[in-house]
Design a protein around this ligand. Sequence first.
Ligand code: ADP
Ligand code: MG
Length: 137
Amino acid sequence: MVTASEAETQAVARELAATLKPGDVLLLSGDLGAGKTTFVKGLAAGLGIDPDEVSSPTFTLLHEYRGGRLTLYHADLYRLDKTATDDLGLEETGVRDGVLAIEWPDRLSHDISDAKLIRLEIVNDASRRITIETTNY
Ligand code: ADP
Ligand code: MG
């Protein structure tokens, strides 16, 4: 689908959030500025977490937002390379008690099974194409 604003992208994420279960992993791919963090804000809102708490993790690799229907874990792997993600234990993080959203999942050293892949593409200044697919390895 194509969204025409940041608010519309967040609305798509809010709807998806309603369907999430503990242990779900979302892989958010797309260029810088495509809307990955914006999407995570929408997930937060849909889970009952203040979206303003969500920021681009800069030096903190993994953020944790509590107080919603499910705990939201948010990882940004932009600065890592594949070998550095080996020891993160991200999968274990997600399955405990919440859902895990990962920006730049191409940095992961191995596939995460049953992840939902969300691809964001820049169409123009205000538009983004969002593709959501469920993968099964
Ligand atoms: P990323 O995390 O992928 O680098 P961000 O979510 O941090 O991207 O930033 C996306 C930027 O694009 C924001 O400045 C946002 O306002 C802008 N934007 C413009 N149109 C849209 C849209 N339709 N959906 C999401 N973001 C949009
Ligand atoms: Mg981001």
